[in-house]
Design a protein around this ligand. Structure first.
Ligand code: GAF
Length: 382
């Protein structure tokens, strides 16, 4: 459906036919704000994607139309940002490829998507990954999916101003149907973990809150973690990131860092522990333990990392009150976006009805509800 829309738009706009590519958004079951601390994450790609049609145009200009933003722009790879934030992600990918020595010839392109914008499902990483994958494939650059993920991550750093970790671009590019990926963000090795939730479903409830704080506070959190690492490394020179830090090491510096920095660091160290417990629980089929680690993650994100908001906390509290819900937490960078909840199929409808009604009563608007399926990563579609 989305593909047909993109195809029609491209034909109408450029009177031609190009190649079609797709790259998905992602969910992350547990392991939040751990990626840039070189710890672990457990994401999977989802069945919502950015789809683009693209064709070389024999010039050095990039003519790109966004169906959803109803905007079109033309730019060249001179690093000068465009007036459109969505186009700057694409420019960023092209510039980061150029920095690696790969020059992208001009193209005509139309793209659209069904990854909710600002919903915490990584629409921006899907956009970066779709373009990185398409440009690499179309021009035979021969870069690996991991190299493309790094290109997307740097585009986000340098052209969107968010010093994100690798998780979102990694997931969009490496996703596999029915598989979560336990990624070690230091070695970049990953393990496929079958996502078998017999009798359970994953639901995303999108608060539709898009706090402008998200990118600035994200970078602040990253700096606070780095500050903590700096202090710990004076006592333990082998420590290079919070990944290397134990709770004992952290306790040793409690009086040398601010309470805020302490809380941030403690959250990250504990979140890595929670992720490992949750992952083992998933493998052994202990779904209840898995769910309780999700709740623990949310509590840490809300009280100690302080990246949640009233709307997200409210939805997690509602989840706790519904039988059959085994775990729920905010997902992604925070300050809005969505919660991810694992609920027994039998209680799915009850949970959704209760969450929507109570949220509407409290905040005067309905959250958006998405059932997601773990799906394949970036690919050529046609
Ligand atoms: C955002 C970032 F892009 C990721 O790298 C990750 O840090 C996440 O927030 C929090 O876990 O999605």
């Amino acid at each position: 459906m989305l593909k047909e829309t993109v195809r029609k738009f491209f034909r109408d706009r450029f009177s031609a036919t190009g190649a079609v590519y797709a790259a998905p958004g992602r969910v992350n079951l547990i392991g939040e704000h751990t990626d840039y601390n070189l710890g672990f994450v457990l994401p999977g790609a989802i069945d919502k994607a950015i789809v683009l049609e693209i064709k070389p145009n024999g010039t050095d200009a990039f003519n790109v139309a966004s169906i959803d933003f109803k905007e079109e722009t033309s730019f060249v790879a001179n690093g000068q940002k465009t007036p459109y934030s969505w186009a700057n992600y694409i420019l960023g990918v092209i510039m980061e490829l150029k920095a690696l020595g790969y020059t992208t010839p001009g193209f005509d392109c139309v793209f659209g998507g069904n990854v909710p914008l600002g919903g915490g499902m990584s629409s921006s990483a899907a956009l970066e990954s779709a373009f990185a994958f398409a440009i690499n494939d179309m021009n035979g650059f021969g870069l690996t999916r991991m190299q493309l993920a790094k290109v997307g991550q740097l585009a986000e750093h340098n052209y969107a101003g968010v010093r994100c970790g690798i998780m979102d671009q990694f997931a969009s590019l490496h996703g596999q149907k029915d598989m979560l990926m336990k990624l070690d963000c230091r070695s970049l090795e990953y393990e496929l973990v079958p996502f078998q939730l017999n009798g359970y479903k994953v639901i995303l409830l999108d608060t539709n809150v898009k706090h402008t704080l998200a990118s600035s506070e994200y970078n602040v959190r990253r700096s606070q973690c780095e500050e903590g690492v700096g202090v710990i490394a004076k006592k333990h020179p082998q420590v290079q990131s919070l990944r290397d830090v134990t709770l004992e090491m952290l306790a040793e510096v409690k009086d040398e860092v601010s309470p805020v920095v302490y809380n941030r660091c403690e959250y990250v160290v504990k979140e890595n522990i929670r992720l490992n417990t949750a992952c083992e629980a998933l493998k052994s089929g202990d779904i209840l333990l898995f769910g309780s680690e999700m709740y623990g993650s949310h509590e840490g994100l809300s009280k100690f990392y302080e990246v949640s908001c009233d709307e997200l906390d409210f939805l997690v509290d509602v989840a706790k009150s519904v039988p059959g819900v085994i775990g729920s937490r905010m997902m992604g960078g925070g300050f809005g976006g969505c919660t991810i909840t694992v609920v027994a199929e039998a209680n799915h409808d009850e949970f959704v009805a209760k969450a929507v009604a109570q949220f509407e009563e409290r905040f005067g608007k309905k959250p958006l509800v998405y059932d997601v399926v773990i799906s394949d990563g970036a690919r050529r579609v046609e």
